[in-house]
Design a protein around this ligand. Structure first.
Ligand code: G3I
Length: 360
């Protein structure tokens, strides 16, 4: 059942008697009522340009989501074509869409190694790097103050395979400022919008592998060092790009979330999808494994703390980043997301719906 039908059913029963039902704007029902109904809000990364060109894509976002985040738009590569310019057209369109449909918008992302415009390579000193980072965050978070309630302030700060001495991933920020770029970014965002939820977002903490174990430890060490210095931030974003061929480390992930919760931090699932390049070719079998991986992942988190939101990184298999890096050797399209390429719900959507509603 689509979230909208579920919500409409609940509302319809209540409103039919008043005859007010048909006067409600459908869009207002889906997201706002879903928020009102409780449970864990669900959302997805959105390719904003498609909202105006693909009706079924737009409908799917409206029908299922209470939260949206731009897959692009608020990255430096999108916002900052030059050192002098800020281009806000894409995030402005997405926040307008979110407001019109009673949805919240997440901001992704302010300090990352990725999607950086070439001109940032000319940032030559620590002083210049700090000036640029502070100016960027002040301008961007300031523009959306009170309208974007949650930001991925720092994205993927932990090295791919953290070893002794190089725990923080390299970036222009790390090169010029060292790890203190993280504190600078968080303190600046907190000063500009004290009401915003400030999130440190990362990945590969879910599986029973040495890499995930090392990354969990490195991330916890970072969080503790920031908390010890009273650096303002509120939550950890667990991206959740799950390798479909690997089990979920239920004990390791639950313990990680327990430790995060012990620091009075919230947890969000920010970019859930299941990378199915190594899964069987049969779509039915593949969809069931994808759904099971996600179910195990969500259950492991929930054993320790209820996530304050669950977002997938896209909503339909028609548009996913996964084949950029994980094309299937049999040439079959990847199926990492809750809706198929025709925007029809798959087993993964059912798992997410049941998980987010069970928390009502
Ligand atoms: O829009 C241009 C298009 O005009 C051009 O023709 C085309 C060919 O170069 O590129 C298009 O831009 C691409 C953009 O996605 C929009 O589709 C960029 O090359 C491509 O690098 C970019 O990839 C995005 C990637 O982040 C880097 O920003 C992916 O869509 C996006 O899903 C991915 O998302 C990341 C999260 O931000 C962080 N966590 C991991 C996640 C997956 O990698």
């Amino acid at each position: 059942m689509r979230r909208r039908d579920f919500v409409l059913g609940a509302l319809g029963a209540g409103l039919a008697s008043t005859g007010a039902f048909d006067s409600l704007v459908r869009n207002d029902i889906t997201a706002q009522a879903a928020f009102a109904r409780g449970g864990i809000p669900y959302g997805a990364a959105v390719r904003t340009d498609l909202l105006d060109t693909e009706f079924d894509y737009k409908e799917a976002i409206i029908d299922h989501c209470q939260i949206v985040v731009g897959e692009g738009g608020l990255k430096w590569i999108d916002l900052r074509p030059s050192q002098e310019q800020f281009v806000f057209e894409q995030p402005d369109r997405l926040i307008d869409f979110a407001n019109r449909n009673g949805m919240q918008m997440r901001g992704h992302t302010l300090a990352w190694y990725g999607a950086m415009p070439d001109w940032t390579k000319t940032i030559a000193s620590a002083a210049e790097a700090e000036r640029e980072l502070v100016h960027h965050i002040t301008t961007v978070v300031g523009r959306y103050r009170g309208r974007i309630p949650s930001w991925d302030v720092v994205n993927e700060a932990i090295a791919e395979t953290p070893m002794r001495g190089s725990v923080i991933r390299n970036s222009i920020w790390q090169e010029r400022l060292g790890p203190r770029y993280i504190e600078i970014a968080l303190r600046t965002a907190a000063a500009v919008d004290p009401s915003a939820q400030l999130v440190i977002n990362d990945y590969n903490v879910e599986n029973p592998t040495p890499q995930c174990r090392d990354r969990r430890k490195a991330l916890l060490d970072l969080l503790r060092s920031l908390k010890d210095r009273d650096v303002p931030f509120h939550a950890v974003g667990i991206q959740g790009h799950l390798p479909g061929d690997l089990e979920i480390d239920r004990e390791g992930l639950s313990r990680f979330v327990e430790d995060v919760k012990g620091m009075q931090l919230d947890v969000l699932v920010t970019e859930l999808d299941v990378i199915d390049d190594k899964l069987p070719p049969n779509e039915y079998d593949r969809d069931r494994i994808v759904a099971r991986r996600a179910g195990d992942f969500l259950a492991a988190i929930d054993e320790a703390a209820r996530p304050s939101a669950v977002l997938t990184w896209g909503i339909t298999d028609r548009y996913t980043w996964v084949p950029m890096w994980f094309k299937r050797s049999d040439g079959k399209p990847n199926r990492p997301l809750p809706l198929d390429a025709s925007c029809r719900p798959k087993a993964l959507m059912k798992v997410i719906d049941e998980f987010t509603r069970a928390a009502e």
